[in-house]
Design a binder for this molecule. Structure first.
Ligand code: G3P
Length: 219
């Protein structure tokens, strides 16, 4: 399983990229709005930092296929080597995915909460589907079961090349569970990547090595 980072914050993206663990970036309208900066500028900046797929979502207020297609082409044109057009799971969204993918523009179908939605997106030609774990957990439905169902379903049909990006990842246990479920990618907030580096015994071990070293060798 690969890691993407789920943020539009440039500083977090730089830090995670320097760690060498991220293969791409996902953003959404809420994450970009949080930064309070121009949509296109942020996406272009991200694409200059990370050499991998960068998901930029069509505007939340664009709901018709024609609008999403026009915006999708514009997002892709920002940086054709990296940009992936993120499109919500709706009837209009599927139409837009079909047109964009027929033009060779990679797409990421977002707001996936059922296996059937994932299958529809795959058949429309989506490069990626983004099932949301945390938001299902929030309503007392085990999000990981959705990931397991989609991985099992896609593996039955070798002609499906759509990759599964686990989204709405909220903690390190989600990450382990997604990997065990056989997901292709987990898109993870910076805070969770950082949490994953820690273990109390690692931290204690570092302190002990430092103490022992200083006793003999000084600073
Ligand atoms: O990009 C979609 C996603 O990961 C949302 O996460 O925490 O807002 O449910 P969250």
């Amino acid at each position: 399983m690969k890691f993407f980072i789920d943020t539009a914050n440039i500083e977090e993206i730089r830090k995670a990229n320097d760690m060498g663990v991220i293969a791409g970036v996902t953003t959404n309208p809420s994450l970009i709005a949080k930064e309070g900066r121009d949509y296109a500028t942020v996406l272009k900046e991200i694409a200059e930092i990370v050499d991998g797929p960068i998901s930029g979502e069509v505007k939340a207020t664009t709901v018709d296929a024609e609008g999403m297609i026009a915006e999708g082409r514009a997002i892709y044109a920002l940086d054709p080597k990296h940009m992936v057009v993120k499109i919500p799971m709706t009837v209009e969204g599927l139409k837009a995915i079909k047109v964009l993918s027929s033009e060779g523009i990679p797409t990421n179908c977002t707001l996936i909460f059922s296996a059937n939605q994932a299958l529809l997106a795959a058949r429309a030609g989506a490069t990626y589907v983004s099932p949301f774990l945390g938001r299902l957990d929030d309503i007392s439905q085990p999000g990981i079961e959705l990931i397991e169902t989609i991985t099992a379903m896609f593996s039955r049909f070798p002609d499906i090349k759509t990759q599964i990006i686990c989204a709405s990842v909220r903690n390190p246990i989600h990450v382990t569970d997604c990997a065990l479920a056989g997901a292709d990618i987990a898109t993870v907030p910076y805070k969770v990547i950082e949490q994953m580096t820690h273990h109390p015994l690692t931290d204690q071990g570092i302190v002990k090595f430092q103490e022992d070293y200083r006793k003999v060798f000084g600073e």
